[in-house]
Design a protein around this ligand. Sequence first.
Ligand SMILES: *[C@@H]1O[C@H](CO)[C@@H](O)[C@H](O)[C@H]1NC(C)=O
Ligand SMILES: *[C@@H]1O[C@H](CO)[C@@H](O)[C@H](O)[C@H]1NC(C)=O
Ligand SMILES: *[C@@H]1O[C@H](CO)[C@@H](O)[C@H](O)[C@H]1NC(C)=O
Length: 196
Amino acid sequence: MSVLFFLSTIFLILSNGYASSYPLYARANVRLDNSASVIGTLYFIQATRTSLVIIRGTLAGLVPNQTYHGFHVHTSKVSETRPNCTAAGAHFNPYNRTHGAPISPITQRHVGDLGNIYADQYGSAQILIIDKIIKLTGASQSIIERTIIVHRDVDDYGLGGQSDSLTTGHAGARIACGLIQSTSMTEKEAFLKFLS
Ligand SMILES: *[C@@H]1O[C@H](CO)[C@@H](O)[C@H](O)[C@H]1NC(C)=O
Ligand SMILES: *[C@@H]1O[C@H](CO)[C@@H](O)[C@H](O)[C@H]1NC(C)=O
Ligand SMILES: *[C@@H]1O[C@H](CO)[C@@H](O)[C@H](O)[C@H]1NC(C)=O
């Protein structure tokens, strides 16, 4: 009986601990390279310890007319207020893999490889990405205090045969970026941000 009581107490403490820390949220104000100009804000949610991460938001001011732009998490943090996108360093790649597609297994992509976003005829991109590899917590795959980057060109997923296909997807210059930071929000705010 006392052992059961002990175990159930431990379980309650643990489950309350988990209940209070999840869902995890993050936010990135995305700004043009070396500029204070915000082109949109991205929101990130991880509902439980094992959940996929969802990224939601709209970016404006990209190249108009159905243009794909490489979209990756890079390793280092940048200034939140006036980011130098070059200072974010290489793709976030803690397991030293070659560059790949977001649907590739973890052994065949960088953790930060999120593929492409699609800009419409007005240069606006509605983003809804669900990724199985990035996390908002933990030592190895967390993207917190790292940088999301929008590239000028399309990410070839490593298949383009260019000299930089297997490192950057030949995605070209860094046109905008944003520091990914933890944030909190109410359930209602989350509902509106992720489901609208
Ligand atoms: C984008 O495409 C639309 C429709 O074809 C066209 O009217 C518009 O001028 C184009 N905009 C740019 C910036 O090329
Ligand atoms: C941006 O960062 C890169 C790499 O750290 C550096 O070489 C460059 O001088 C920086 N540019 C500006 C405008 O600060
Ligand atoms: C990363 O992988 C490359 C190519 O497989 C290898 O040459 C390099 O030594 C590795 N770097 C580290 C730090 O393990």
